[in-house]
Write a protein that binds this ligand. Structure first.
Ligand code: AMP
Length: 391
């Protein structure tokens, strides 16, 4: 269960002029020094603006990539800081800012202190007490807005939170609200799951099956279900050790499988042949769900009042096999009466590619974190917003 009574920015007493340690997730894709997607920076602005409006001094911390506890310029947050400055300028937010190579307390009179990558420090990922103490010195209160990290207990989002009054930022609050609606869904509730492996998503599917009316399965994980159903799937990948689990899930009568595929003899981006699942050619691999399956899924999507989607319907990276994923994105966006939540890289990419963002109720900024929420896992980071605070 996602806790509902979390301490948010509105619960902070005497916020005016406070020194705030703010954890954001600016782990954004970079090409050289260019930020390729600044969504996470833009999404953090609401919290930053609110704190600035209360004349707070903000110390910002984030990680970037996996430098494994060592300083490595490839993972420097400096280019991200530069993009952050451009965004502030565009938003007409006039504040003094400074970038710091080292994470240590200082007396500079700057409104926003932007610190270098927390993962340049070995102590971050292992949630080291000393590193948490270093971070603790950067503020009087801690605001965590790094949603995509709520399933990890690191010093910079958990260790430090255990030491000081902690509140969740607007982004985490909005994310949790969207996922809370999935816990008490307006029916019919349809989940659409795709991607590579059933073993990766078994816990999620098992948790979802209790709440949904149907789960539509696409992607490579459909083959293990089809095999469990007794069908031949040619050369398509099957997880033999998951067959029993799939049989159990099929018995719930809530699993809807594809009825046709587009595929090829090789795993290559060349035009495919369409075939029904009942006549799956022995020497073929299914690379995308077919037209009849899309039409079948459309009937469920059209009438749903709640939808959760994660994972592509086919090998989305291949131009010849991205059609179903793109069509699913369009079909969900077309259903204006449903609460639609999307979590996970390829599905989000499909939505962005088609510029369908407005057609979705919520597009999560954290793939792994959103799946943990949907799987019903208890996340310790969320408990940090709940503990008693002494200020
Ligand atoms: P996931 O990270 O579990 O969401 O899986 C995404 C991956 O699943 C993508 O890289 C897709 O190429 C892959 N995938 C989806 N459908 C298929 C398929 N029919 N055969 C092989 N890989 C697939």
């Amino acid at each position: 269960m996602i806790p509902t009574n979390l301490k948010t920015l509105y619960d902070i007493k005497n916020l005016e002029n406070k020194k705030v340690l703010l954890r954001v997730d600016y782990n954004v894709p970079l090409e050289g020094n260019i930020v390729k997607d600044d969504t996470r920076i833009v999404e953090s602005l609401a919290t930053i603006k609110y704190l600035l409006n209360h004349n707070c001094k903000i110390s910002m911390i984030s990680h970037l990539g996996r430098p494994d506890g060592k300083r490595d310029e490839k993972y420097s947050l400096k280019p991200v800081y530069n993009r952050f400055l451009e965004i502030l300028k565009k938003e007409k937010i006039n504040v003094s800012t400074k970038f710091y190579d080292e994470i240590e307390n200082n007396q500079d009179d700057v409104q926003i202190k932007f610190y270098e990558n927390t993962r340049f420090y070995y102590g971050d990922e292992i949630c080291d007490e000393n590193f948490s103490q270093t971070l603790f010195k950067l503020g009087e209160i801690f605001v965590n807005d790094a949603f995509s990290l709520i399933h990890r207990e690191h010093a910079s989002n958990y260790g430090v939170a255990m030491l000081m009054p902690t509140y969740c930022g607007f982004l985490i609050e909005k994310e949790l609200r969207a996922f809370q609606k999935l816990e008490n869904p307006v029916k019919p509730y349809i989940a659409i799951m795709g991607g590579a492996k059933i073993s990766d998503k078994l816990k999620i599917i098992k948790n979802l099956i209790e709440k949904v009316d149907y789960i539509l399965i696409g992607g490579a994980m459909a083959f293990t279900f089809l095999k469990a159903y007794g069908l031949n799937v040619g050369k398509s990948p099957v997880e033999e050790d998951m067959i029993k689990e799939c049989e159990f899930l099929l018995a719930t009568k809530k699993i809807i499988l594809p009825i046709d595929f587009v595929g090829q003899e090789k795993f290559e981006d060349i035009k495919g042949k369409n075939f029904d699942c009942k006549n799956f050619p022995d020497n073929y691999l299914g690379l995308d769900i077919g037209k009849k399956s899309i039409d079948l899924f459309k009937e469920f999507i059209k009438s749903a009042h709640t939808i959760f989607w994660n994972g592509p319907m086919g090998v989305f990276e291949f131009e010849n096999y991205n059609k179903a994923t793109l069509k699913i994105a369009k079909m969900i966006a077309k259903n204006k009466m449903c609460h639609s939540v999307v979590g996970g890289g390829d599905s989000v990419y499909a939505i962005n590619k088609l510029k369908l963002e407005k057609g979705f109720s919520w597009i999560s900024t954290g793939g792994g974190a959103s799946l943990k929420l949907v799987s019903g896992s208890n996340l310790k980071v969320l408990d940090t917003f709940n503990k008693d605070v002494k200020e």
